[in-house]
Design a binder for this molecule. Sequence first.
Ligand code: NAD
Length: 297
Amino acid sequence: MSATRIDGKAFAARLRERVGEHALEFASLAGRKPGLAVVLVGEDPASQVYVGSKGKATVAANMESFEHRLPAETSEADLLALVERLNNDQAVDGILVQLPLPVHLDEQSIIASISPDKDVDGFHVINAGRLSVGQSGFVPCTPLGCMMLLTDRLGDLSGLEAVVIGRSNIVGKPMAQLLVDANATVTIAHSRTKDLPAVVKRADIVVAAVGRPEMIRKAWLKDGATVIDVGINRLPPEPGKEKGKLVGDVAFEEASEVASAITPVPGGVGPMTIAVLLRNTLVAAYRNAGFDAPEGL
Ligand code: NAD
């Protein structure tokens, strides 16, 4: 058997297209575009690339992008003051502070200072709480994107066994919560889990969010499992090459021999993250302007 390749890139492109259309509708209702403010502190090269591509994607989706690039030595007080300004700016619907922050800045206090109604990353404790008790808020983009791919592929997840590997606040925990809410039977596995291969073996759905290249092997998987690979890992470069290959947490080629469907890396979960960020910003715009957000996004 050879698994179906779940094309996150194509799914994300369709989602961005829909968001862009709704953003135009929003503009004609509200008299302004939805706005996303992205704050970058310091010169981390990967973060600079992410912020640049978020800005371009925002504009391409007919939204306003506000970029704030601050020097690495920015004080906590100055950063908090900027967030406060953005909280009070009516043109800004979503605020994203790019992580990681330089070590002298406390990430938790900065996230806590963002208005929960503009927290389109879904990292604020209020939004984590809302997700946990089933109120509408903002769900972190990567797990929400994984969920969209899963429901598109499988439809109803009721009663399916799901194993989430990883328990981070931004991927593993919200992913498990979304799966429980969709009536799956969920296990969260992590670095202290005993006999991980045996735990993974019972899963109809495997979501891998670990950050270890090709850790999950073919022999661990149940026949016909659906595999969502969140991991993004760069292998050491081959001789003569400048950059190593990007791989996921799952050994893609061999896993494809037993899984029924699997996301590739790159081109699976990765593109969903930005698409869902735009989706969350659009929803924030509708809510902040006092309208119902469009259905089916
Ligand atoms: P994290 O480092 O915060 O968490 C990793 C988790 O893996 C931890 O909960 C840990 O308990 C678990 N773990 C570590 N070693 C393990 C082992 N040997 N067996 C089982 N579990 C183990 O990472 P994160 O932020 O959740 O990200 C996970 C991966 O997903 C990374 O590769 C990251 O780059 C990637 N990621 C991708 C996207 C995307 O847009 N596609 C977004 C976020 C994260």
